[in-house]
Write a protein that binds this ligand. Sequence first.
Ligand SMILES: [Zn+2]
Length: 148
Amino acid sequence: MMANAFRLKCPTCGERPLFVPWHQVRSLRDWFMPLDGCPRCGYAFEREPGYFLLSIFAINYGIGAILGLVIYLVLDFWARLPIWLVLTVTVIPMPIFNLWFARHSKALFLAFDLFFDPHHGDDNGGDQRVEPLAPTPKAPDLEPVSKF
Ligand SMILES: [Zn+2]
């Protein structure tokens, strides 16, 4: 699952991509939003609205913060560069890293979630499969209540 996540592939089958390919990205939404689900195995990527919030706050910001801190500490205490240079070299790459890493953080979150809370399969336990929309069933015509 982790290998699939690093390759930005479906966490269950590893065959289909999670995102629009980078050369077909036309908007920020294309870059950040995962596809609806895997057309091969039917795994729905976004289980509920806001599902990926934790991936951004915990994984993307978390790893970005740790990386920035490590770069800062190495440059300041080890390389002993002047502070303006240390801050420039530390602060400027971080937003770029976070933009690039956003897809990976979502893919990693999917893999973690699937590993710790497996929900695929046919047990119908909260599984959301990607299926074509069926026409909404009409409400049955109500019969008048018979009087006894
Ligand atoms: Zn799949």
